[in-house]
Ligand binder design. Structure first.
Ligand SMILES: [Zn+2]
Length: 61
């Protein structure tokens, strides 16, 4: 990934990885810029946010 522009594939990967780990500032910036420009990925990210919140509500192991 060079520069700030990323593809939808990269955006999906970052959203998925964001479930497992903290994204770096650069990754978050790239993702946010992509989500602003891309409705499909923005919706995907919204669904993952719901999933993330649901997972957080589960009791730990
Ligand atoms: Zn996209």
């Amino acid at each position: 990934m060079e520069g700030v522009k990323i593809t939808c594939k990269d955006a999906h990967r970052l959203v998925s990885e964001g479930l497992d780990r903290e994204l770096s500032l650069l990754e978050r910036t790239r993702l946010r810029l992509h989500l602003l420009a891309c409705g499909a990925c923005s919706r995907f990210n919204g669904q993952m946010d719901l999933l993330r919140q649901a997972m957080r509500r589960l009791p730990p192991e």
